[in-house]
Design a protein around this ligand. Sequence first.
Ligand SMILES: NC(=O)c1ccc[n+]([C@@H]2O[C@H](COP(=O)([O-])OP(=O)(O)OC[C@H]3O[C@@H](n4cnc5c(N)ncnc54)[C@H](OP(=O)(O)O)[C@@H]3O)[C@@H](O)[C@H]2O)c1
Length: 289
Amino acid sequence: MARRAVVTAGTGGIGLETALGLAKAGYAVTVVGRNAERGAWAVERINAGGGEPARFLQADLASLDEVRTLSERIEGELAVLVNNVGAMFEDRTELDGVEGSLVVNHLSPYLLTELLLPALQSGAPSRVVNVTTGAVALAKKVFDEVEPPGGYYGFHWYGRAKLANLAYTLDLATRLAGSGVAVFAADPGGAATDMTDGTMRNPKIVSPGLRLLWPLVRRKFERSTSGPASEAARSSIIAATDESLRTGLLIGAHGQPVTPIKAATDPRVIAAVRRLTERHAPVPDGISN
Ligand SMILES: NC(=O)c1ccc[n+]([C@@H]2O[C@H](COP(=O)([O-])OP(=O)(O)OC[C@H]3O[C@@H](n4cnc5c(N)ncnc54)[C@H](OP(=O)(O)O)[C@@H]3O)[C@@H](O)[C@H]2O)c1
């Protein structure tokens, strides 16, 4: 029987390219997205490659309730989980009472991973790949509360939520060492996608200091997000498939392991992220190990 892979936000952008790469590598791929038409189209595209039949599961990963329901629909053994979903909000947004960047970029992939650990353990040797970003470098490294002090700037809050997820990812690799479930972070670099074509054109997503330099910042954003999604998917595909890699690595945009920023391995950051995460995305006893 074919080994199964799940790619979240896998019906477009970098996620679809990741799904195509995993299908080519022989996996039976399930893509997750909100829009059923987009899902059907993605499945058609993957199946056109002639590999194992693909499947679409509909879920809005901005809702932790929908994440819980999704996890129940993914039954049996799982070989690969790529948590590719991510979002940047121009304006401060709340989702079920919690700030939206933290929900979509960290709490949601965290919860899905924890709920699918039994499936990943049954499918071992298996892998979790969490998609990160260079924006982690411009994040406030404070995780005592959901919202950091200071004003709301979408790009920085996105980076901070992704930093929480990166710290969790590297911590999870340690927690699962020897279990047969390997854990990776993957940085796609940048690509022209729905996400970058939208929010990254608005100067209000960066802090006032960077806003003063907006023409320069915008040019840097444009340059770094001008490539194709197929290229940006490479790091996730390598993290999911390269058997020479050891658990706990961050695969950079060029497809090679790179050193994560210091904050992601700082024990104080890891502990604060863990407390915050467990408070806002509780996992039922007996699932997590
Ligand atoms: N693009 C870049 O330059 C860049 C750079 C660094 C890191 N990243 C990271 O790479 C990952 C993919 O980025 P991308 O640029 O490809 O994103 P994207 O353009 O927003 O991805 C589109 C895909 O995400 C799905 N999606 C969006 N929101 C969703 C939700 N709430 N629930 C379920 N599915 C959802 C969409 O399907 P539906 O519309 O049908 O839901 C579609 O399949 C993200 O984690 C992002 O943070 C991207």
